[in-house]
Design a protein around this ligand. Sequence first.
Ligand SMILES: [Fe+2]
Length: 270
Amino acid sequence: MPYETIDVRPVTKSIGAEIFGVDLNEPLSNSAQSEIHDALMEHQVIFFRDQKLNHDSHIRLGRAFGELAYHSGVAGLDDYPEIVKIHADAESTFVAGENWHSDLSEYEEPPMGSILYMHTLPPVGGDTLWSSMYAAYDALSDEMKAFLEPLTAVHDSNHIYRELFPDVEKTYPCNTHPVIRTHPVTKRKCLFVNASKTTKINGLPKAEGDALLAFLFDHVKNPNFQVRFRWQPHSIAFWDNRCTQHFATWDYFPETRSGYRVTIAGDKPY
Ligand SMILES: [Fe+2]
């Protein structure tokens, strides 16, 4: 796809591109906004370097691509409730996202995407990996695709948040989604189960459902479907949450890694 306003440099064949030639602290021109969206649809996760993003710009950038979503388990900043702080240091006992997942897949309408800005990184480590669920789907046999096509699965977050926040009495979202979803923009099919949130395949005996999920969770770990991003201070990653999964490494304890995220609302998977 030719781009005229921005410079798009793919990182792998199946997923990920670095974007140059745009200042995200300035309002986007119509053509830049449209080309960033095109690049996201084509590459599924896009990366920007050297963008010292302030909170107002972060929110404006997110809103350029849709309404912002609020997290059911994690509060936003006091003055900017749309922004969630992502932080780990020597005091941390867990980090968010240290398992393959798509964000908030337990929602009835999981997010379209997220924009993560990191300002503080350890000297080495703290990479994030994304896996293309288009590539994961495409690599399955026709027989397996046909078997998965009519299936639905349960996505639940209660087991995660109840362990993390045992003092909070709260019921978190739990919803059923198709195992194979159709991307609403590209119309491509992609795999939509993840190891963090998908707990059950509907309509199969538990042993069969668990074995199928174990196979699929292992399948998305194939490096051929992935990109691994080495953050620098003031890097940004913008991912399409509908057709990717990601994994935040935590190999840098006790060092500090810190940034902010906004999440863009999505629609009901079909
Ligand atoms: Fe995440």
